[in-house]
Structures are given as C-alpha cells and as structure tokens.
Design a protein around this ligand. Structure first.
Ligand SMILES: [Fe+2]
Ligand SMILES: [Fe+2]
Length: 194
C-alpha cells in the first residue's frame, strides 16, 4: 500500500467553521497571550522592585538592576500592545502588584542567593510559557513571534545570570524553587483567564 493511501483519513486540521464551542478563535487567542504576557512582565518588574527594596545596596544590586531594566523594556512593549490589540488587561493586576513585590522582597530577605533562586524559578517557567506561545503562533503573527523569541532569550539570560550568581547555593533551593514555580504557573493560569 502506498504512503498516500495509508495516510488517507488521518487527522486533518479542523476548519474554522467547525471549531468546537469551547475553542477560542485566533484573535481571542492572541489577545489572551498578550493579556497573560503583559501580566507576567508586570509581575517580573514588581519582583525586581521588591528585591531592590531589600538588596539595593548589596553587591548583587548592579546585577538585579540590569535584569530589572530589561523587564521594564519588556513591559513597555506589552503596554503598547494592549491598546493596539484591544486587549482587556487582567483584572488581577493589583494582586500581581502586591504579590510580585512581596515575592521579590521575601526572597531577598533570605539573602542574595535566594533572590537569585527566585529568578531561576520564575525564568524557567517563563521560558516554557514563551516557548509554547511561540509554537502556537502562526505565520500571520511573525512580528509578535519575533518579539517573544527575543524576550525568551532575555529571560534565559536572566536565568543563567542568576545561576552564575550562586542561586543553587541558596538554602532549601529545591523546595524554594519548586514553590515559586508552582506559584508562577498558577499566576499564568489565572492571568490567561481573569
Ligand atoms: Fe521579561
Ligand atoms: Fe526576566
């Protein structure tokens, strides 16, 4: 039997007109991506604000400032995209304002290495999150895709910077990072929906 015959009847892409009721259309899907990414970059900025409130005069300060500066740039790009794409921002922004800062400050109070462990945990979750979005975006969203690829590279750089700064030597590193990763995943899940 020829390959062509064998594959006949294999799964085909579902045409737009036959989407299941629960499916989001492409536009809504992109809006949801922008909503959660905007929320995430906002949260990232607040984490670094919290870290700098505690560690602003420590030897780690210049490193944290550099990463914080990039997060501000990421956030600024999403702040422009939100009105451009008519995205409703997450209703949870006031929560991320407080929770991001609290997470940053609390880990910083545990020490510079714990602050770096927090960065590793968050960036690992964000890396996978951006990778999934990049995969899901079509060719018609090439600009957005390129932007996410750029941000993803920045986030991986933050993770590597934090690892180089001794993140893994933080006390209770596995427990600390597992907790922060779970919280970050929950924050993503909520910001996509609320
Ligand atoms: Fe970022
Ligand atoms: Fe980052």
């Amino acid at each position: 039997m020829s390959e062509g015959r064998k594959n006949r009847g294999a799964t085909r892409r579902r045409p737009a007109s036959r989407r299941l009721p629960g499916d989001l259309d492409a536009k809504a899907q992109v809006q949801r991506m922008i909503r959660v990414d905007h929320a995430g970059e906002y949260g990232a900025k607040r984490i670094y604000d919290g870290q700098l409130a505690v560690l602003g005069r420590s030897p780690a300060a210049p490193t944290i400032h550099r990463m914080a500066e990039q997060e501000r740039r990421h956030l600024a790009r999403f702040e422009r995209l939100v009105p451009e794409r008519r995205v409703r921002p997450t209703l949870l922004q006031p929560l991320w304002h407080v929770a991001g800062f609290a997470l940053g400050a609390a880990t910083a109070m545990l020490g510079e290495r714990a602050a770096m462990a927090c960065t590793v945990a968050v960036e690992e979750v964000i890396d996978r999150h951006y990778a999934r979005q990049i995969d899901a975006l079509g060719r018609d969203e090439a600009d957005l895709k390129a932007m996410l690829e750029e941000f993803r590279r920045d986030e991986l750089e933050h993770r590597d910077t934090a690892l180089a700064a001794g993140a893994e030597e933080a006390g209770a590193y596995p427990v600390l990072t597992a907790g922060i990763k779970a919280a970050s995943r929950l924050a993503i899940w909520l910001s996509e929906r609320v």
